[in-house]
Design a protein around this ligand. Structure first.
Ligand SMILES: CCCCCCCCCCCCC[C@@H](O)CC(=O)SCCNC(=O)CCNC(=O)[C@H](O)C(C)(C)COP(=O)(O)OP(=O)(O)OC[C@H]1O[C@@H](n2cnc3c(N)ncnc32)[C@H](O)[C@@H]1OP(=O)(O)O
Length: 242
C-alpha cells in the first residue's frame, strides 16, 4: 500500500522533505552541542578534582577554573535559542530564567567581586552545577542517539530534587557574601547627579535578585517535578503555557 506521502502532491512532498532535513540538521546540531557541553563540564570536574588533590584547599580553585566555567556557562545561552526556534520542546521562559540567572551569577557576581571567590558557597554552587550539567547533557546526548542507559535517565530526573536546593543555597550565600563589598565600592551603581539623571544602586538590585528567588525558584522546581512524573512514571502532565 502506498504511504500518504507517496500519494501527496509535489508541494506536500517538498514540505515533508524540508521537515525531514530540518529534523536531521537539528538533531545533528543538538548531538554536537550536547557532546561539547558534556565534555566541557567534564573538563571542569577533572580540573576541580586535580586542583583540590594538588593544593589540598578550595582557595584559588575558582580562579583556576574561571575561564572554562565562564565559557561553557555562557555557551548555554544557545539553549534559549533552541527553544525559541522550536528544535527542543522546552519553554523559552523556564530555560531563559535558568540560564540568565546562572550567567548573572558567573559574570556579575563571582567574576566581578574577587573578594568572594574563595567563599565555600562558590565551590558549593560550582560543584552542584557541574554534577548536574554532566548528567543533563549526557542524558540529552544518549537520548538523541537512542541509547539511553536507565541510570542516566534516573539520575537526570532524581538528582535535581537535592541538587536544585543545594545550588540555590550556594548562589544565595554567594550573593549575600558580596553585599558588603558592593556597598563599599559602589560598583555598577550610578549616583545622582549625573548627565542621564538616573540613579541605580547595585546593592539594592542584588537584594531584589535574592528576593526574586522566592517566586521564581519554586516554578523551576515544580516544572522539573512535572517532567519527572512524565518521564519516569509516564504520567500525562498538562502544563500551563509558560
Ligand atoms: C538578571 C538577573 C536575573 C536573576 C534572576 C534570579 C532568579 C533566579 C531563580 C532561579 C534559580 C535557579 C538556580 C539554579 O541556577 C540552581 C541550579 O541549577 S542548581 C543545580 C540543579 N539544577 C538542575 O537540576 C537544573 C534543572 N533544570 C533544568 O534542567 C533546566 O534548566 C530546565 C530548563 C528547567 C529543563 O527543563 P526542560 O523542560 O528542558 O526539561 P527536560 O530536560 O525534561 O527537557 C524537555 C524536552 O526537551 C528536550 N531537550 C531539552 N534540551 C535539550 C537539548 N539540549 N538537546 C536535546 N534535547 C533537549 C528533552 O529531551 C525533552 O524532550 P522530550 O519532551 O521529547 O522528552
Amino acid at each position: 500500500m502506498a504511504s500518504g506521502e507517496e500519494d501527496g502532491t509535489v508541494e506536500e512532498k517538498e514540505t515533508n522533505n524540508k521537515k525531514r532535513t530540518k529534523g536531521a540538521i537539528a538533531t545533528a546540531w543538538l548531538t554536537f552541542y550536547n557532546i561539547a557541553m558534556t565534555a566541557g563540564w567534564l573538563v571542569l570536574a577533572v580540573a576541580m578534582v586535580r586542583y583540590y588533590l594538588q593544593k589540598g584547599t578550595h582557595k584559588g580553585l575558582y580562579r583556576n577554573i574561571a575561564r572554562t566555567l565562564k565559557f561553557f556557562q555562557t555557551f548555554a545561552l544557545l539553549e534559549v535559542g533552541h527553544c525559541a526556534i522550536g528544535i527542543v520542546r522546552t519553554s523559552v521562559i523556564v530555560t531563559g530564567v535558568q540560564v540568565c540567572s546562572r550567567i548573572f551569577m558567573v559574570w556579575f557576581v563571582t567574576n566581578s567581586i574577587r573578594q568572594i571567590q574563595n567563599e565555600e558557597s562558590v565551590i558549593l554552587f560550582v560543584v552542584v552545577w557541574t554534577i548536574t550539567e554532566i548528567t543533563r547533557y549526557s542524558f540529552y546526548t544518549f537520548n538523541l542517539l537512542n541509547h539511553l542507559p536507565y541510570f542516566i535517565k534516573w539520575a537526570r530526573y532524581n538528582m535535581f530534587i537535592v541538587m536544585y536546593p543545594l545550588g540555590v543555597i550556594g548562589e544565595l550565600l554567594t550573593i549575600h557574601a558580596s553585599l558588603p563589598y558592593v556597598r563599599r565600592s559602589g560598583m555598577y551603581s550610578l549616583r545622582l547627579p549625573n548627565k542621564y539623571n538616573v540613579s541605580f544602586d547595585y546593592y539594592y538590585f542584588l537584594i531584589i535578585v535574592m528576593l526574586s528567588y522566592i517566586p521564581l525558584f519554586p516554578q523551576l522546581y515544580f516544572h522539573m517535578l512535572r517532567q519527572r512524573r512524565r518521564v519516569l512514571h509516564g504520567e500525562i502532565v498538562v502544563e500551563k503555557d509558560e
